[in-house]
Design a protein around this ligand. Structure first.
Ligand SMILES: [Zn+2]
Length: 393
């Protein structure tokens, strides 16, 4: 029985499970109903199961028949605070939605657990299954690392893998060695001038034009000062100034999302952005305060693991189902914290439903994003195959 044929038999069950999770999404670190569902699904399997102390995570260890290394597979389980507009029969009602496909990730990892448990006799070593809350909400992965997920089997895991759904040809896997996804950082700027009457700007120190100039200066900075070989994206996403239309305010501020592909870029931005902001503000007689918050690191695939993952998936699904991405994508992932600790690879799988062109599909995080759950069997088989490469006796 191959992994794929075995997984195909699980598919109806995994689709039902995914739709159940989709209809009942939970946001953040505390996902009691999702956790209960995962625990119930794992119950019949020969696993050592632990739950999180500071978040509703589930860590399960499958021990093979013989000793050997440990490998980790991860699924995130949390949803987004979005009102669903897909019109699907199993839509969520209320203010949360699985708009990033984490419902598929959870169901896919349950499938992998079943496939691997059925092959336990052939496994030399252990597989750690990491069911993680709080991917969207600021770092469930580092919390699970702090609680010991990487050492759950005893020896530290030698490699870690995760799969994420994206718009794209259904069932086509893609990855690349090296940087895969961007680091996410936040820039906050507060400009202080001196408010006054809207009719007498010369008697005030107006912080609003400084804000306007900064929005454009930040764009010029990314094209003139940042090397194209190590690109940065700065999107100013929040502006705030006065409340009354006839009053010049004392203060004005902006916030921006800053995406990076290297630690060098982060270092450069932390050094140079406060100077840029301060000098522009000073030119207009204002003071500036800049905060740079470093968020998720760059998701960097280990070259050996990424190339091996590509080969494993090619032999499992055929070369036409596995692509190498030419460049990283600028979205971010907290699986980056895992890949900062141990080698491994993160892989994307296309999940645009049949009948829809991938280029017309809504991106993850859209209230209209839909994903094809017919991929769940292959997704489970892929995860199992990635683990088995490390622990086949
Ligand atoms: Zn996601």
């Amino acid at each position: 029985m191959t992994l794929r044929t075995d997984a195909a038999r699980l598919l109806p069950d995994l689709v039902r499970l995914r739709r159940r999770l989709h209809a009942d999404p939970e946001v953040g670190f505390d996902l009691p109903r999702t956790q209960a569902t995962v625990l119930a699904e794992l119950d019949a399997l020969p696993l050592e199961v632990m739950t999180g102390r500071t978040l509703s995570s589930v860590t399960a260890v499958l021990r093979g028949a013989a000793p050997g290394p440990a490998v980790l597979l991860r699924a995130d389980m949390d949803a987004l605070p979005i009102v669903e507009q897909t019109g699907l029969a199993f839509s969520a009602s209320g203010g949360a939605m699985h708009a990033c496909g984490h419902d598929l990730h959870t169901a896919g990892l349950i499938g992998a657990a079943r496939l691997l448990a059925a092959r336990r006799e052939r496994i030399a070593g252990s597989v750690v299954l990491m069911f993680q809350p709080g991917e969207e909400a600021g770092g469930g992965a580092p919390r699970m690392i702090a609680e010991g997920v990487l050492d759950a089997a005893g020896p530290r895991v030698c490699a870690a893998y995760g799969i994420h759904v994206l718009p794209g040809r259904s069932g086509v896997f893609s990855t690349r060695p090296g940087p895969l996804m961007a680091g996410a950082n936040l820039l906050h700027v507060q400009i202080t001038g001196r408010g006054g009457h809207g009719s007498r700007p010369h008697q005030a120190v107006d912080p609003v034009p400084v804000l306007a100039e900064l929005v454009l200066a930040l764009q010029t900075y990314t094209t003139r000062r940042v090397p194209v070989s190590d690109p940065v994206v700065i999107s100013v996403t929040r502006l705030h100034a006065g409340d009354a239309v006839n009053v010049i305010p004392d203060n004005a501020g902006l916030s921006a999302s800053v995406r990076t592909l290297s630690a060098t870029a982060v270092k450069r931005l932390r050094l140079e952005l406060p100077v840029l902001v301060r000098e522009i503000a000073a030119a207009y007689g204002c003071r500036a305060e800049t905060t740079f918050e470093v968020g998720y690191p760059v998701t960097v695939n280990d070259a050996v693991c990424a190339i091996a993952a590509r080969d494993v998936l090619r032999s499992e699904f055929g070369p036409e189902r596995v692509e190498t991405l030419e460049s990283p994508i600028m979205a971010s992932e907290d699986f980056s914290f895992v890949l900062d600790e141990v080698p491994g690879a993160f892989v994307f799988v296309g999940a645009t439903p049949t009948g829809m062109r991938p280029e017309d599909a809504e991106m993850n995080h859209s209230p209209r994003a839909v994903f094809d759950d017919a991929i769940l069997g292959d997704q489970a088989a892929a995860l199992a195959a990635l683990a088995l490469r490390h622990v086949t006796g």
